[in-house]
Design a protein around this ligand. Structure first.
Ligand SMILES: [Zn+2]
Length: 128
């Protein structure tokens, strides 16, 4: 079970990661000169941003994946579902969450899934 300060710590970390990705994207938009009339500042407030063409063109698959994971972790933090294994509902140890804030499975279920799917997540991690 995560304590409130631990949740806040993880939330802050996730927000920081999200900011980094968006800042990275902002840099790309600037250098690609694709923004044209678009105000860069709007990007953080744009609710439809993730559906926008620019956004999808400029983000790498990896960044998009990461952003998805961040969003889903953040929404779980909001609903109080964060920190529980999706498969067995066991609480994921805080040490694991600190190391991997997007972990949605406990170590056991994760290795079980990997052996079932035959695609270790490291493969996805190292691509791109
Ligand atoms: Zn589990």
């Amino acid at each position: 079970m995560l304590r409130k300060n631990e949740l806040l710590e993880i939330k802050a970390f996730l927000m920081e990661m999200k900011k980094e990705i968006l800042q990275n994207l902002e840099e790309k938009i600037k250098s690609n000169d694709m923004s044209e009339q678009r105000e860069i500042g709007d990007i953080f407030d744009d609710a439809d941003l993730e559906q926008s063409r620019e956004f999808n063109l400029l983000l790498t698959t990896r960044e998009r994946q990461k952003l998805d994971q961040i969003e889903s972790a953040l929404s779980k933090l909001e609903t109080g579902e964060y920190g529980y294994c999706e498969d067995c509902d066991e609480a994921i140890p805080v040490g694991r969450l600190r190391a991997m804030p997007f972990a949605t499975l406990c170590v056991n279920c994760k290795s079980e899934r990997e052996s079932l799917e035959g695609t270790p997540s490291a493969y996805v991690e190292e691509k791109g």
